[in-house]
Design a protein around this ligand. Structure first.
Ligand SMILES: Cc1cc2nc3c(=O)[nH]c(=O)nc-3n(C[C@H](O)[C@H](O)[C@H](O)COP(=O)(O)OP(=O)(O)OC[C@H]3O[C@@H](n4cnc5c(N)ncnc54)[C@H](O)[C@@H]3O)c2cc1C
Length: 455
């Protein structure tokens, strides 16, 4: 019998555990993890001196809860940073790589859009809120006109690997959608949010963050801080039940009971365990990605930046590529280049099912054309993640309302994890931190702040 059972030892479950350990001395918890290793979607791959990622490549250093978590495990001093101000991102548009404008001023002065289209963006100032549950494409087109759509597509490809014609704006940017109801215009909503912002102001753009040995260092270090007896690996939970005393869990390693139960799982894994709770949907769509790792013996002349994304309208094989050896030091031996090509996503799940040889061949052909690479790689590898990226599409708002109501009417039940309150590392840490606070009887405020779409 423990105070709290946490199902799932991905970043969400590990964060709940670490927060309870640090802020609630004596709280007894047990993490139950189906796999033989903790970390979930986070998986770094080191081979022949190259370091690549099957999951996340990094996160922005602009979230207080993430920074607190890193300090609590001494990983704050081991971060490596790639500031957005120094590293460009590119979009492949009309057959060439073009720098993505990263600030509103850069957007207004970019030569990528004719003045007529820029004036159309400003027409947003006179818009009323768009009613209903629009997709991101419908919403962006209504407020800013169709010229911005390739950039919106690239942003959603780079985060959700999603389809802007299916993703719901209310789920992707809930804070912004809420402000739209007050202001009508998105530009006015953003200006008002900046005026009303409290706390210290950050003038510079944030930095993409990772660790010398890759993102895997984060779950590995969180596990190092857990007493061995508090984490049970190879323990898949098969059902959960409410009892007189709290919660009972059946698993591949027997039954467990506790007063509190945290589901720190991707949305679909949670729904599978919540079948007896009148779930409004059996599952939600996911976007699967394969990463094709291509390593070159000689330095390839890459544009200075993180990488590029290709909107669907360009008809390319890959979603985009990360210039990994540009981004972080130590990703490739001296003089070599590492590029990670992302394939699949919500629109092309069939491409993830291709065999490794075909994936490598197609990805290589794609980037050779775009980046003008003449040499062949000395090393190529396909990395496949063991989970897809949850897609908040039509009906997601209803699912989220049901989740909140289910937590409210079932004391001791807490639901967070991949896809519920966002999809990025920072979202996971912030939500898991909030769940730990609630377990401790505190009530963290609902966050309706306007967040950037990228990480
Ligand atoms: C390909 C890819 C690229 C990404 N890139 C980025 C990025 O660049 N930046 C960024 O910020 N975010 C990125 N993300 C998102 C980021 O990885 C996630 O936000 C985060 O890792 C999710 O953590 P989690 O613990 O909520 O879920 P998960 O990592 O999915 O962990 C859930 C855990 O629960 C376990 N589990 C499942 N079912 C059961 C069960 N029944 N019983 C017991 N255990 C169970 C699983 O084995 C798993 O270990 C990416 C994700 C993917 C897939």
């Amino acid at each position: 019998m423990r105070d709290t059972l946490i199902i799932g030892a991905g970043l969400s479950g590990l964060t709940v555990a670490q927060t309870l350990r640090v802020r609630c001395y004596g709280h007894r918890f047990l993490l139950l993890e189906k796999a033989g290793k903790a970390g979930g979607a986070i998986r770094s791959h080191a081979e022949d001196g190259f370091i690549a990622e099957a999951g996340p490549h990094g996160f922005l250093d602009n979230c207080r809860e993430s920074q607190d978590l890193l300090s609590s495990i001494g990983l704050d001093s081991e971060c490596i940073h790639a500031p957005l101000s120094r590293f460009s991102r590119y979009v492949y548009l009309q057959g060439a790589l073009r720098q993505i404008p990263q600030t509103p001023l850069a957007l207004l002065t970019t030569t990528l859009m004719p003045w007529k289209e820029k004036f159309r963006v400003l027409a947003d100032l006179w818009k009323k809120p768009l009613e209903g549950e629009p997709t991101v494409a419908q919403w962006a087109s209504y407020h800013f006109g169709p010229a911005l759509l390739p950039f919106v597509d690239a942003a959603l490809t780079g985060t959700y690997a999603g389809d802007m014609d299916r993703l719901a704006i209310g789920a992707v940017m809930p804070g912004l959608r809420q402000q739209e109801q007050l202001h009508g215009s998105i530009i006015r909503a953003i200006l008002a949010a900046q005026r009303n912002r409290t706390g210290p102001r950050r003038l510079s753009l944030p930095a993409m963050t990772s660790f010398k040995a890759g993102m895997q260092s984060l779950p590995d270090r969180l596990v190092d801080f857990l007493p061995e007896t508090d984490l049970l690996l190879n323990c898949g939970v098969t059902s959960i039940d409410k009892t007189e005393y709290g919660w009972q869990v059946e698993s591949s390693q027997g039954s467990f009971q506790a007063a509190n139960l945290v589901l720190a799982l991707p949305v679909n894994a949670s729904l599978a365990l919540l079948k007896n709770f009148d779930i409004p949907a059996q599952e939600i769509p996911e976007a699967w990605i394969a990463t094709v790792v291509l390593a070159f013996a000689k330095e390839v002349r890459l544009p200075p930046g993180f990488g590029y994304l290709a909107p669907e309208s360009e008809g390319r094989f890959s979603l985009g590529a990360l210039f990994s050896s540009n981004m972080f030091p130590g990703r490739a031996p001296a003089g070599c280049t590492l590029i990670e090509v992302l394939v699949g996503g919500r629109r092309h799940p069939e491409r993830v099912d291709l065999n490794d040889g075909t994936l490598i061949q197609n990805a290589l052909q794609d980037i050779k054309g775009i980046l003008g690479i003449a040499q062949d790689p000395i090393h190529a590898r396909v990395l496949r993640n063991n989970g897809g990226i949850p897609q908040p599409e039509q009906g997601y708002a209803e699912l989220l309302a049901w989740r909140n109501q289910t937590m409210g009417s079932n004391p001791g039940l807490f639901i967070c994890g991949f896809g519920w309150d966002g999809i990025g590392i920072n979202h996971m840490i912030k939500a898991a931190d909030g769940i730990a606070e609630r377990i401790m009887g505190r009530h963290p405020e609902q966050d309706a702040s306007i967040k950037g779409v990228y990480f």
